[in-house]
Ligand binder design. Sequence first.
Ligand SMILES: CNc1ncnc2c1ncn2[C@@H]1O[C@H](COP(=O)(O)OP(=O)(O)OP(=O)(O)O)[C@@H](O)[C@H]1O
Length: 162
Amino acid sequence: MTPPDWQNWKPGVLATLMFIVDEAAGRVLLIRKKRGLGAGKINGPGGKIDPGETSEHCAVRETQEELGVTALDPVKHGELWFQFVDGLALHVDVYRATRWEGEPTETPEAIPLWTSLKELPFEEMWADDRFWLGEVLIDQKNFTGRFLFDDDTMLTHEMEWH
Ligand SMILES: CNc1ncnc2c1ncn2[C@@H]1O[C@H](COP(=O)(O)OP(=O)(O)OP(=O)(O)O)[C@@H](O)[C@H]1O
């Protein structure tokens, strides 16, 4: 199919992703997602923004709910625009934090996975992640990415680095 013009994409559902980076140990706190969109995949903690909530608050709250960890001083590094051919549209703000409180704990939503920054498990992640995750986590770059998906299959992508 022909993808719609990027400019005509709707913002859709607003959501967030949080990546807590332990710079001293060269690792990032990922999750194995147990339910919801992308169940079974490895991703960062995150989820939908509640009405009236800021995106930063959502990223912190979802990380608390999924892992029992509080991210401190998160910095926004990017925006992901996902369009699925079935009509679902997701707009995701991506945060990175280097300080946190609490010990990651398994919850009904997620299994915590401290992962080496040198061995990001892209084969178990959403297909778009290999276009931006290393650049954000390691190089602290800022970006906007737009991706068209048919279920799990990425059909097109467009990256801007700021
Ligand atoms: C398509 N390629 C993708 N690549 C990378 N990450 C993706 C993603 N698609 C969704 N995500 C993230 O996965 C979480 C689930 O999205 P989301 O719709 O919010 O579902 P989830 O059921 O977890 O939300 P609630 O916890 O119910 O709020 C959410 O953090 C969102 O940012």
